[in-house]
Write a protein of this length. Sequence first.
Length: 318
Amino acid sequence: MNPVRPFICSVALLLGLTVFGPLPGARAAGPVEAKVAGVQNKFPEELVFSLEASSTAAEVRSVTFHSVVGSGPAERRGNVEIQRGREVKATFTYKTGGNSFVAPGADITYWIEAEDAAGNKVQSDKAVVWYEDTRFEWRNLKEGTVTVYYYGGAEANARRAMEAARQTQQKVGNMFGVSARPFRVMLYNTPRDITGAQPVEQSETRRGEIIRAGIAYSGEDLVQVLAFGGSGAEDTARHEITHLFVHWAAGNNVATWLNEGLAVWGQSDGGQEYVPYFRRALGNNELLLIRGMDSFPGKSEDTLLAYGQSYSVVKWLI
């Protein structure tokens, strides 16, 4: 994550949906059929799926909803509330906010399973819905495995972000052997816009101090970047894309100082914004203990020191 201070934001909400490919058609493996008849996007809280199942042999007794976000592999599943019968229609609410947060811009692969009282089962075809931030009309640029999404006439920013992404593929992705994996860069034009696409910060103090100018979502295969324009936004993209590569190469158990130090190393500016904090702490003998940096400090200046110190160690190691 790459922090910039300070902003407090609000957001307006609309409705929308993008589905890649047809909705899952009814698949019969005997007397049972099941399908997803429609999807409604209620960003940022949920998706609502309309489901249908039937059986010529017995009452439909259960319907289960399955989904995978991004390239997975984690699968979410939920039991659908139905009234048993030979033909059933129901809805399933798929939460995307709060503790079930899904980053907008992600693909969600979904399907359902149905079973009747005689034990006959069927699984519908799989389909993919693009979980869209419906506040904006999105356009995109695509080169190789990288897609940059933008809105509001920000094509120039999108082209700079694409160049930064391809450079990071070469510098970091190749080093870790994961440069061929596809990912997306979601560009937001203002702090208010990007905050409305992120998990809600629980701490009111942190919410008032920090706007997250970039976040990497490895499960969703995407990064969000605040496109101020210029090298700041480009280096935020480099920083967050490096986080994707580190996760894909090494998983979830990378120490925070190493993860963030590598992400700063992935930038083109060498983390110049953090250097003054590091030099001051070095001169005052106030450096942080590396072994104690499993998570970064809550105070803003200490956080910036942690970034600078982590980068200095990674730079020495590389």
